[in-house]
Design a protein around this ligand. Structure first.
Ligand code: AMP
Ligand code: GLY
Length: 424
């Protein structure tokens, strides 16, 4: 089979390595990929948002199956456009991708179908939003409606921050059109859990749970990032909580999307907060998470391509989806200065391959001499899989020490909270 993966980060690298395990895979193309992915797939310089070029390439290269990984092409209808030329693709169509592309849509869906989430109000007018903020006690959370590169959410511990967040979205339009409508919601507290799931619109099969570390610095301080590391499984996500989530959140969401005429086929990501009043949805993503995928897929024992095809063809009910009971940890090496401004072009030397260790490349390019240089904020995800979480965390840090990347930094406490929760 000839496979095409749309995207070019660490998540896509992990997906490609997992797809490679299927013996029927002859060739994998990655659009656009990156300098590290080039070791595992043929990278094609077509941007993930360039739908006509992606479709043209799929036709020309006689692609048998596609995986559309990032939010933007999904929201732009990449899966629909590929379907039109007869190329089956993993991922929701445009109608279903709206579950991530519009927070107003997802909040209204949850309200209509009784799915637990933070209480909220929607505003299309800055004056009304500011009036609401004036009359509502902080903390509050201000969210731009549309996609905003993961930066559209401001957790406001005081009223002034909320006023500024509203103005940034609706007056200064810092997120462009994505902020012309906003959601202001109740602040929730509790451990966060990421649950990625496979769903074909009827059946939903959760993958192993995980925990992201979104803040840039140790002790969950500093600015929000795309994710500085992950562990799986998430120790807060007990079997009892998993059963509650299935009954009150996962199945109701799948049924709600179907009832709305937007059946969801692909990976639906549930961002949950385990509050003292039970699990609540913080956000839905219409795709695999990054860097959650880098710890979830290495624990998957079933064949990824087989499961993806079962999703696309609506036969997930009969598919085997098994995960090992080991643990995984991913430590992200980011460019110094990230998520603010940072230098590019810093040399990277990767260590020798080791058993139960892997490195997924997120932001690096090959220079004219074929040498790997940093090219993005998050550069590498260093992953270890071990029998225990403690060994996985240690293993990821030990392997990260063997990477030569002077321009980089990492958090030193990925997994620490999870280990404390386990009492390890
Ligand atoms: P998002 O960009 O939707 O992933 O949100 C970023 C982060 O903001 C989440 O991971 C949470 O830590 C935080 N957050 C979002 N909504 C809420 C809420 N209602 N209460 C507290 N924290 C929130
Ligand atoms: N790690 C969070 C996300 O992928 O949105």
């Amino acid at each position: 089979m000839r496979i095409m993966v749309v995207g070019g980060g660490g998540r896509e690298h992990a997906i490609i390595k997992a797809l490679r395990k299927n013996p029927s895979v002859e060739e994998i193309y990655c659009l656009p990929g990156n300098g590290g992915i080039a070791a595992d797939a043929r990278c094609v310089p077509i941007g993930a948002k360039n739908i006509p070029a992606i479709v043209g390439f799929a036709r020309e290269a006689k692609i048998d199956y596609a995986v559309v990984a990032p939010d933007d092409p999904l929201a732009l209808g990449c899966v629909d456009a590929l379907a039109e030329i007869g190329v089956p693709a993993f991922g929701p169509d445009k109608k279903a991708a709206v579950i991530e592309a519009s927070k107003v849509f997802s909040k209204d869906l949850m309200k209509k179908y009784g799915i637990p989430t933070a209480a909220y109000e929607v505003f299309t007018d800055a004056a009304a939003a500011l009036e609401y903020v004036k009359n509502t006690p902080a903390p509050l959370v201000v969210k731009a409606d549309g996609l905003a590169l993961g930066k559209g959410v401001t957790v406001c511990m005081d009223r002034q921050t909320a006023v500024e967040a509203v103005k940034a979205c609706m007056e200064d339009m810092v997120f462009g059109d994505s902020g012309s409508r906003i959601v202001i919601e109740e602040f929730l507290e509790g451990p966060e859990v990421s649950v990625l799931s496979f769903t074909d619109g009827e059946t939903v099969v959760p993958m192993v749970s995980s925990m992201d570390h979104k803040r840039a610095h140790d002790g969950d301080t500093g600015p929000n990032t795309g994710g500085m590391g992950t562990v799986a499984p998430n120790p807060y996500y007990t079997p009892a909580i998993a059963a509650e989530c299935m009954e009150k959140i996962f199945l109701p969401t799948i049924r709600a999307m179907k009832a709305e005429g937007r059946p969801f086929r692909g990976c639906l990501y549930f961002g949950l907060m385990l509050t003292k009043n039970g699990p609540k949805v913080i956000e839905y993503n219409c795709r695999f998470g990054d860097p959650e995928t880098q710890v979830v897929l290495p624990l998957m024992e079933s064949d990824l391509l087989t499961v993806m095809q079962a999703v696309t063809e609506g036969r997930l009910k009969d598919a085997e989806v098994k995960f090992s009971d080991k643990s995984a940890c991913c430590v992200v090496l980011a460019s110094k200065g990230y998520p603010g401004s940072y230098a590019k072009g810093c040399p990277i030397t990767l260590p020798e391959a080791e058993k139960n260790r892997d490195i997924y490349v997120a932001g690096a390019a090959l220079d004219e001499n074929g040498e790997l240089k940093s090219s993005g904020g998050r550069v590498l995800g260093v992953v270890a899989v071990e029998d225990t979480l403690l060994d996985a965390v240690r293993g990821a840090y030990e392997y990260a020490e063997k990477v030569d990347f002077a321009g980089g930094f990492k958090r030193s406490d990925i997994g620490a909270r999870a280990l404390r929760a386990k009492g390890e």
